[in-house]
Design a protein around this ligand. Structure first.
Ligand SMILES: *Cc1c(COP(=O)(O)O)cnc(C)c1O
Length: 745
């Protein structure tokens, strides 16, 4: 089944050939001891591959592989890791299997347009994707029966280059299929599996790739197959494609095609979880199948609602897809009768009650066709209720049925391995299994046992690593492109590890207000250039290619970096991605976040930072409203002012906190050169936010809140339709893979 490029991997000695299996399962990426197996083959090769084991195994000289295969110390380590890996994959004794012992393991199909799993798989744009990625990793660790669906974007995500003028240039780099952790899914005859998206005319075909996320299979749909005409081949070329019609077809492929592919693979599942509205057509397809089996539309709708969870994120109206009705007519004309309804009833499913003529709204569809909805933080849930209360007309005090499950991050992914070792050393003796129990706040209380100087030294080491990494990127850029030395300040050449370092890294959407700290230039200059207590700021982030406003903000900041009056204390790191994020959230001192409330749905980068002892200085929005306790970082932004006034007030709050609290605390050193007050706050941040904002807490919360109803919904269905009561197969091993043409299942 695996499309092994044998010329690449054939030279790996048999004794350590399991490395290929490891490299094809992202489990390695959140298990430091598996990472080390790759790194130990050759440290420079590991770096040169940008931590991509497939690329590394392809590129390193065979002698390194042979040396490892003959080294007893390496082999002992290898055998231990492989044993753990096989045991993990056997899925015995997981949290879920114990919690839900004796119940039929109802598999949930997770649908998302993007997944942030690792930088070697560039199928993400931002927070929405990392939420999905962390959800899958956690579902795997907890043993949840889950299967996931997404799209494979052949052009990868856009890379960012900043030209000398400070303007963002977007370049695409085609995905290198051979070094991405994906395998082609084939049918029983060994041909590439190709599935036709049902009922859509003219026809669209999809090929399928598989990513193994621990125990969870993620199927990525790819329209770049010779079966398609040229225009259709490009449907999955790019994430969030701009053209409306291509975007509609993309969402048809994701939702309707995705459902079809799972059927073709024989994957049984009884509930779906939609991450944002892009895959909402999957709900229609679930209804259509029931109608085809003879059910009335309204009854089928009720059944689908009962077994569907919809997570909504964005409070930005432009973040919700709305399609013109004539486009919907063009693609769904034959679909209306297949659902047993007329055009009007269909269009009603996507109507926004307050703006009926705006088009077909995917969020409205998702909310109507699912019974379980949630936002991604307490504040975001409330905003969503307010935005969508029009869908549930009733007395004003009636509760809008949109709940919230606050996001969390996957601790084994985002906790730096050296930090983990430190926590192990001090938490481990009392709670040996603390990592398995890491959503329990009690085990984190032992963080207090870590001597201040140890935590501080490690933090400084991580900071040095970040600055080294930045310089190394610049060296490579200079050596390969003969550019880069043009703006040494922006490129981080002047960064100093002993200076208090603020990190600001996020998408350059206007509501994130990246320029806020430049509101009062003189005051900022004084803060940065304080001769006794200097401060430096690292920026990173991409503007959406079509977002000229965002690009202008970026250019403005870039231009500041090279104005000498800022002392060379501002840098801009190009091409923000998962790898850069990792270094930043491990290595800066302060994580700054100042969006315009209430636009931040949750914001997960601050959670990643906090987990590693990086202190948040953040506006009270998204997760920080729940996370901030007065001792674990800094908060501002109770202002009610609007517009320019609000910017000025928020910026002034940041300067005040920096001058009066952050800077003095940082530079207040004892005789041992440790800022004990600062370290105390680091510990408070780690132990209060670590457990609460973990994806373990989050996924367990999803399970507790929705699983019983999903089981009940699925149970009703099973009772009526014995045909679905087929033996359940483990979600991570497709029962059969067959070539399926058109038609029903
Ligand atoms: C975590 C993460 C995000 C999301 O973080 P926000 O706080 O929502 O900006 C975006 N991009 C990358 C690369 C990340 O790692």
């Amino acid at each position: 089944m695996r499309d092994l490029p044998h010329d690449h991997f054939g030279r790996i000695p048999e004794r350590i050939s399991g490395l290929v299996d490891l490299a094809y399962n992202l489990w390695w990426s959140w298990n430091p001891e598996a990472r080390i197996l790759f790194k130990q083959l050759n440290q420079q090769a590991w770096k040169a591959s940008v931590h991509n084991p497939l690329r590394m195994l392809r590129d390193i000289p065979a002698e390194f592989l042979e040396r490892a295969a003959g080294d007893p110390v390496y082999l002992r380590r290898y055998d231990t890791v492989m044993r753990r890996f096989r045991k993990y994959m056997s899925a015995a004794g997981t949290w879920f299997s114990e919690e839900y012992a004796g119940r039929p393991p109802l598999t949930v199909a997770y649908f998302s347009a993007e997944y942030g799993l690792h930088h070697s798989l560039p199928i993400y744009a931002g927070g929405l994707g990392f939420l999905a990625g962390d959800h899958l990793k956690e579902a795997s660790d907890l043993g949840l029966p889950m299967v996931a669906v997404g799209l494979l974007y052949s052009q990868g995500y856009l890379h960012q280059r900043i030209n000398p003028d400070g303007w963002q240039e977007d370049t695409t780099q085609p995905l290198d299929h051979a070094t991405a952790p994906i395998t082609r899914v084939r049918d029983a005859t060994g041909e590439d599996l190709v599935v036709r998206v049902p009922h859509i005319d003219p026809p669209i075909y999809v090929a399928v790739w598989k990513v193994q996320v621990g125990r969870i299979p993620l199927y990525l749909l790819d329209t770049d197959t010779p079966c398609n005409d040229p225009e259709n081949r490009g449907i999955s070329s790019r994430l969030y494609i701009g053209d409306r019609e291509q975007r509609l077809r993309q969402e048809i492929v994701l939702g309707i095609g995705g459902r079809k592919v799972l059927h073709a693979l024989g994957v049984e599942y009884a509930a779906v979880h939609l991450n944002e509205g892009h895959p909402a057509f999957a709900l229609l397809e679930r209804i259509r199948e029931r109608v085809e089996r003879g059910m009335e539309f309204e009854e089928a709708l009720a059944e689908v609602q009962a077994t569907s969870v919809f997570t909504t994120h964005t409070p930005v109206p432009a973040g919700h897809d709305v399609f013109p009705v004539d486009l919907i007519d063009r693609y769904f004309r034959t679909y209306y009768p297949a659902l047993g309804i007329d055009r009007l009833r269909f269009l009603q499913l996507g109507v926004h009650p307050e703006n009926p003529s705006s088009g077909f709204n995917m969020t409205a569809l998702a909310l109507r066709a699912s019974a379980h909805h949630n936002g991604v933080s307490r504040a975001n849930g409330a905003v969503a209720c307010d935005m969508w209360k029009c869908l549930w007309p009733g007395p004003p005090e009636a509760k809008v049925p949109i709940d919230y499950v606050t996001n969390g991050v996957h601790v084994p992914t985002w906790l730096n391995p050296r930090m983990k070792e430190l926590y192990d050393r001090h938490i481990g003796p009392t709670s040996p299994d603390w990592l398995a129990d890491h959503d329990n706040p009690v085990v984190w209380e032992l963080i207090d046992e870590i001597p201040d100087s140890e935590l501080w030294q490690l933090h400084l080491w991580l900071k040095a690593k970040l600055l080294n990494r930045i310089r190394e990127r610049e060296r490579v850029k200079w050596a390969t492109h003969r550019s880069g030395a043009l703006n040494p300040a922006a490129e981080g050449a002047f960064l100093n590890p002993s200076v208090l370092t603020i990190g600001f890294a996020r998408r350059f959407s206007t509501y994130k207000r990246a320029h806020l700290i430049f509101e009062d230039l003189d005051r900022l200059k004084r803060i940065l250039n304080n001769p006794w207590y200097p401060v430096q700021i690292l920026f990173a982030g991409k503007a959406h290619p079509a977002d000229n406003e965002g690009k202008q903000v970026l250019r403005e900041i870039y231009r500041y970096t090279r104005r000498p009056e800022f002392g060379g204390r501002i840098a801009f790191i190009e091409d923000y991605n998962e790898e850069v994020a990792r270094y930043l959230v491990h290595g800066v001192d302060v994580w700054l976040n100042n969006p315009l409330p209430p636009m931040e749905a949750s914001g997960t980068s601050g959670m990643k930072a906090s987990l590693n002892g990086v202190l948040n200085l953040s506006i009270l929005d998204g997760w920080w409203i729940e996370g901030y306790n007065g001792r674990n970082g800094w908060a501002f932004g109770n202002e009610a002012a609007d517009g320019e006034k609000r910017n000025a007030a928020d910026a002034a709050a940041i300067y005040d906190i920096l001058e009066k609290e952050v800077v003095p605390l940082y530079y207040n050193r004892s005789i041992d050169d440790v800022p004990h007050g600062w370290v105390k706050m680091m510990k408070e941040a780690i132990k209060t936010n670590g457990p609460r904002f973990s994806s373990r807490r989050m996924v367990k919360e999803y399970v507790a809140r929705y699983y019983p109803s999903l089981l009940k919904g699925a149970g009703m269905e099973a009772a009526r339709a014995p045909a679905t009561a087929k033996p359940l197969t483990p979600a991570w091993r497709p029962r059969r893979e067959e070539k399926t043409g058109e038609g029903s299942t």
